[in-house]
Design a protein around this ligand. Structure first.
Ligand code: SF4
Ligand code: SF4
Length: 80
């Protein structure tokens, strides 16, 4: 029943984020932006969980945890 497929597990610690936008520049998918000095995810479905934003963040405000659903998703895409 629970058919959740979280494509991204990206979170920003609001207390730590300084709005410097280094993560925005680092994101290959261009899905991050700054609103009111806070990093915002604009489209989680496009997130690659590549970790570039997390690695660039000087405040270590970003957490990206990879799930291993990608192999399962590939298996599910088979049709008969
Ligand atoms: S993990 Fe990669 S694709 Fe996802 S928001 Fe960060 S830089 Fe962009
Ligand atoms: S790099 Fe870190 S501190 Fe800078 S805007 Fe992004 S999340 Fe905030």
């Amino acid at each position: 029943m629970d058919n959740q497929e979280r494509l991204s597990s990206f979170t920003v610690n609001k207390e730590k984020c300084a709005g410097c936008a280094l993560c925005v520049a680092a994101c290959p998918m261009k899905i991050l932006k700054i609103i009111d000095n806070l990093c915002i995810m604009t489209d989680e479905n496009k997130c690659l969980e590549c970790g570039s934003c997390r690695d660039k963040c000087p405040e270590r405000a970003i957490t990206v945890t990879s799930s291993d659903i990608s192999s399962q998703t590939a298996a599910k895409n088979r049709c008969h």
